[in-house]
Write a protein that binds this ligand. Structure first.
Ligand code: ADP
Ligand code: MG
Length: 472
């Protein structure tokens, strides 16, 4: 469907044209006629299907009809908020005088407050910072006549429900605003949220049965934990991808993998949720511009990030939440592009495989290293590996799982999940008790980095606190 058939204004069409988009994606085609009429919508559509433009066009069109219109977009992570802001700026470039502000934590308040004083038509932000502004009376939530919740399922995963509740309680009545909700999955929790805060939303699901992205070639290797990194090197050598994201389940594993890849000559970096904001944004820019070709990240750090032309996704650890498998691999095939996803199944996280395969309704094809032409590659970080393996440290510590917070459905096979877990925990304990741990820990470069991060975070948090105290 051509965007022109949607009755959009010239300004919006100019924005679309400047991006070279020829036709609307399915979610755009199905939702825009409803959202442009002013109705509330609750939309499920897979990652990379073009949801951002749905709400941005709805917001712009409303503004073009009524210049006093104000919109709020709430996103779960800073990166996502920044990405939405960037999209909003570029798609609204033909709308004269349109003001956009972006509000997220981890940076000072001054600049964001100034933006707000100048008057904004569109506020994009993360729950924490928005709530700060709400509490301090700096942002009037009653002024918004369009409210968007992006990646609603992620908001739950990240524990933002109480914040969202608070925000909605300070908004105008649901009949007096248009509320739009977007999510890759419509779990019971998301539906309950819609029920509580939306005005008879039209529910639109775009091909929900297609949980995994067709164009992605999926492969899986069964491998021991020790063999994983050498195998990764072999895979990278063979595929020689221009851009790769490697997912790990813990921050420490991400830092270690990134360091070891660097030692092996790759332009690699890690990305994590509690990194200093400026460093996170720089890492992302470096990756987008090709100065870094491999990004190692945890699910939280990578949530909602839009990175195009990704050639390869590696599940270095099998995700513990089966839905994350789809979120992770969905990054290789955005807007119809093809891609490849390789999963390394080791003894620690193997219990996550079955729920994933049930969820995607398929078995991931298994490959064996010696049968698919993978060559052994010298691991230049091998010395480090020995140290690390002995040090153990918190490397393999299992993250806190909060099963109660996550939507359960018929796909999840919880009992199986539990079965192998005690073993994994035992292993971790054994490694942590290694007498060499302390001695070696001090020499671990990545730990120093982690500490620096913490110190910087504390510093910026303190400065923000002081600024807030004095209202600057
Ligand atoms: P989602 O929010 O559903 O995960 P995004 O809105 O981030 O997806 O869009 C994914 C990618 O597709 C972006 O790079 C975006 O610019 C691109 N895109 C969006 N709409 C179109 C379209 N109509 N034609 C081509 N590309 C599009
Ligand atoms: Mg999105």
């Amino acid at each position: 469907m051509d965007f022109k058939e949607l009755g959009l204004s010239k300004e919006s069409l100019d924005g679309i044209e400047s991006h070279g988009f020829e036709s609307a994606t399915e979610v755009q085609e199905r939702v825009l006629p409803v959202s442009l009429s002013g109705r509330d919508v609750m939309v499920q559509s897979k990652t990379g299907s073009g949801k951002t433009l749905v709400f941005l066009l709805t917001i712009f069109e409303r503004y073009l009809k009524d210049r006093s219109s104000k919109a709020l977009v709430v996103a779960p992570t800073r990166e996502l908020a920044v990405q939405i802001e960037e999209d909003a700026r570029s798609f609204s470039s033909s709308i004269e005088g349109y003001q956009i502000g972006c509000f997220y934590g981890g940076v000072g308040y001054t600049k964001q407050l100034e933006e707000m004083k100048e008057g904004i038509n569109l506020a994009v932000g993360t729950p924490g910072r928005l709530l700060d502004f709400l509490k301090s009376g700096k942002m009037d939530f009653k002024s918004f006549d369009i409210v968007v919740l992006d990646e609603a399922d992620r908001m739950f995963d990240m524990g933002f429900y109480p914040d969202i509740e608070k925000m909605f309680s300070r908004m105008r009545r649901r009949e007096e605003r248009q509320t739009m909700l977007f999510s890759a999955t419509l779990s019971m929790k998301v539906r309950n949220l819609a029920w509580a805060f939306m005005n008879e939303p039209e529910e639109i699901e775009v091909r929900p049965e297609e949980v995994t992205v067709k164009e992605i070639t999926q492969e899986l290797f069964h491998i021991t934990r020790e063999e994983k990194f050498p195998l990764l090197l072999s895979i990278l050598k063979k595929l020689d991808p221009q851009s790769t994201i490697i997912f790990t389940n813990t921050k420490d594993a991400a830092v270690e993998a990134a360091m070891r890849l660097k030692l092996n000559g790759y332009k690699a970096a890690y990305l994590m949720g509690d990194m200093v904001q400026s460093k996170r944004l720089k890492t992302l820019d470096d990756f987008k511009d090709g100065r870094i070709t491999i990004l190692v990240a945890t699910d939280v750090a990578a949530r909602g990030l839009q990175i195009d032309d990704l050639e390869l996704v590696v599940n270095y650890d099998i995700p513990e939440d089966y839905e994350n498998y789809v979120h992770r691999i969905g990054r290789t095939a955005r807007a119809g592009k093809s891609g490849k996803a390789v999963t390394l199944a080791d003894e620690t996280y193997i219990y996550g495989l079955e729920p994933i395969e049930e969820f995607i309704h398929m078995k991931i094809p298994v490959l064996w290293p010696d049968e698919c032409g993978l060559e052994e590659v010298e691991d230049k970080s091998k010395g480090m590996k020995i140290k690390k393996a002995k040090a153990g440290s918190i490397q393999n510590k299992r993250p806190n799982r909060k099963p109660a917070e996550r939507p359960r459905d018929k796909h999840r096979s919880a009992p199986k999940t539990r079965k192998s877990a005690p073993n994994a925990e035992k292993q971790v304990k054994k490694r942590t008790e290694d007498p060499l741990k302390k001695e070696i820990a001090g020499k671990n470069v990545h730990k120093v980095n982690l500490n620096t991060i913490k110190v910087e975070e504390k510093k910026s948090g303190f400065i923000a606190f002081i600024k807030r105290m004095f209202g600057k």
